[in-house]
Design a binder for this molecule. Structure first.
Ligand code: FES
Length: 129
């Protein structure tokens, strides 16, 4: 069957569980305490080599995007959050933080987004595998 990788003949039940776990693993990373991000605010956090902008939208929703503008180098967390739109502090380009969509010139390229979840008192983002 196309798309399936055959298991090696020596793979027992424990081996199958490990392989399943490896393919199903999700890369959730704690990035902040929820109390550190007030509603209507944006903060920048560092996750390994990544610069992430975390948003707490009015109504309680959390979002995350890459923190670096796709136009030139500026940190979106230094910009202005209005509803679900972040305005870049350097040339006023705007992105929809829910989708990453570039909304107006000079930005033309969308910004990467990440899933966010609240786990207890913490905010976690899901990094690509
Ligand atoms: S650096 Fe963000 S709009 Fe130019």
């Amino acid at each position: 069957m196309a798309g399936l990788v055959p298991l090696p003949p020596f793979c027992d039940q424990a081996c199958r569980e490990r392989m399943k776990g490896a393919f199903m693993a999700e890369n959730w990373v704690r990035v902040a305490a929820a109390q550190d991000l007030a509603e209507g605010q944006v903060i920048g956090v560092r996750v390994g080599e990544r610069d992430i902008a975390l948003y707490h939208l009015a109504g309680g929703e959390y979002r995350a995007t890459d923190n670096v503008c796709t136009h030139e180098y500026a940190q979106l967390s230094e910009g202005w959050l209005e509803g679900h739109v972040i305005e870049c502090p350097l040339h006023a380009g705007q992105f929809d933080v829910r989708t990453g969509k570039a909304l107006c010139a000079p930005v033309e390229k969308d910004v990467e987004t990440f899933e966010v979840r609240v786990t207890g008192a913490d905010l976690e983002i899901k990094l690509p595998g």
